[in-house]
Design a protein around this ligand. Structure first.
Ligand SMILES: Nc1ncnc2c1ncn2[C@@H]1O[C@H](COP(=O)(O)OP(=O)(O)O)[C@@H](O)[C@H]1O
Ligand SMILES: O=C(O)C[C@@H](O)[C@H](O)C(=O)COP(=O)(O)O
Length: 337
């Protein structure tokens, strides 16, 4: 059990708002990008990845966002449709905008980076009027992603969506998804992240992402409990702070501190961990599981995705997560390192 109450009788379980983009992941791994010649194209963008993860886990999902009026935009919408994600909340932007591209460099399993091309991207052009109140009222949960707060009009669209969600009792999940290059200044980041977080029921982020929210605070020791407790006086019931391969901690409004386990992985690349963790974890919460079990599924999903080439296409099914947990717990996991 957990302390969230997801409303019954809704058409969709989970709706995400934000960017649906394209990842171009280097095929020739263990090389700098300067020397990389071929890339494989996948749907990407943190909220898109999480939605795909939720769909793989059997949830009824939908997406709110703008995509470009070109081959890339159509690629994203078609991929969503093939994965059973409702696209009726998606808008094709006809202003000449483009799809954000994330080129990934995989120099080694621990030395990975992302080169983003995000000028004039369709996702940040989401308008408040694009957000349909009835769509949010008909979902059990809404996920917002921090990058959508970086610029207007997408920023205002997020706040409109948050208002609708609070009005209709839709549970709000916030993945901080902080990408520094999207923001004008650390102060701007902290202000908008804090305004949004105050409206959310579940907040998920890495330690570094929470640091970016604490520009105006005294948390020099970067204390997770301090970070989490701030939000329990607002709407939050659960705050999760992730620490890469060292695991994660969940804090609850009732004062619990739960340490999340991690699973071994034959790591291909490190990105995608957070998005798969979010899908596994949120799925657990929506099933009514306690945070510890939800975190276990998140961590197993993350190990599966970082052992694969893509973020979105590698999102596991429930059966794959359960098999992976069983494999690791039985001591049969074969490390290739
Ligand atoms: N190298 C790793 N080995 C095993 N699990 C990992 C590894 N890196 C990340 N994870 C898992 O993924 C979760 C989220 O990873 P993290 O790197 O903190 O998020 P993000 O991708 O958002 O930066 C971690 O809590 C952990 O369970
Ligand atoms: O979020 C993006 O725009 C790029 C993602 O698709 C990407 O592959 C990635 O960085 C995943 O993020 P993470 O799960 O936080 O590592």
């Amino acid at each position: 059990m957990n302390n969230l109450s997801f409303p019954e009788g809704r058409l969709l379980d989970f709706v995400a708002l934000g960017r649906a983009c394209v990842d171009l992941n280097a095929n020739e791994i263990h090389r700098p990008m300067e020397d990389t010649v071929t890339f494989t194209k996948y749907v990407g963008g943190s909220p898109a990845n999480i939605t795909i993860g939720m769909a793989r886990l059997g949830m009824r999902t939908g997406f709110i966002g703008r995509v470009s009026d070109d081959q890339m935009g159509r690629f994203i919408v078609r991929y969503f449709e093939r994965n059973g994600i409702d696209t009726s909340g998606m808008i094709t932007d006809r202003s000449g905008s483009v799809t954000g591209l994330a080129f990934t460099e995989i120099k080694s399993p621990s030395d990975c980076s992302i080169l983003m091309y995000r000028d004039n991207v369709a996702d940040l052009l989401l308008e408040p009027r694009d957000v349909d109140e009835a769509y949010i009222a008909n979902a059990k949960a809404l996920l917002i992603s921090g990058t959508a707060l970086a610029k207007s009009p997408s920023r205002e669209a997020v706040f409109v969506a948050l208002d609708y969600a609070r009005k209709h009792g839709t549970v709000v999940l916030f993945d901080l998804d902080y990408r520094p290059y999207t923001w004008a200044s650390p102060e701007e980041t902290a202000v908008y992240y804090n305004l949004a977080a105050a409206q959310c029921d579940v907040i998920l982020g890495t330690r570094e992402e929470f640091d970016a929210m604490e520009t105006f605070e005294r948390n020099a020791s970067r204390d997770d409990a301090y970070t989490a407790n701030k939000w329990f006086g607002r709407h939050a019931s659960i705050v999760v702070i992730k620490h890469g391969k060292d695991g994660s901690f969940a804090f609850t409004k009732e004062g619990e501190r739960i340490e999340g386990t991690t699973f071994p992985a034959n790591v291909v690349k490190t990105f995608g961990a957070g998005d798969s963790y979010a899908a596994g974890f949120i799925h657990g919460l929506m099933k009514g599981w306690d945070p510890a079990r939800s975190m276990e599924y998140g961590a197993a999903a993350a190990s599966i995705v970082i052992s694969s080439h893509s973020c979105s296409d590698a999102m596991p099914t429930l059966e794959a997560i359960e098999d992976y947990i069983e494999l690791c717990k039985s001591g049969r996991f074969a490390s290739q390192s």
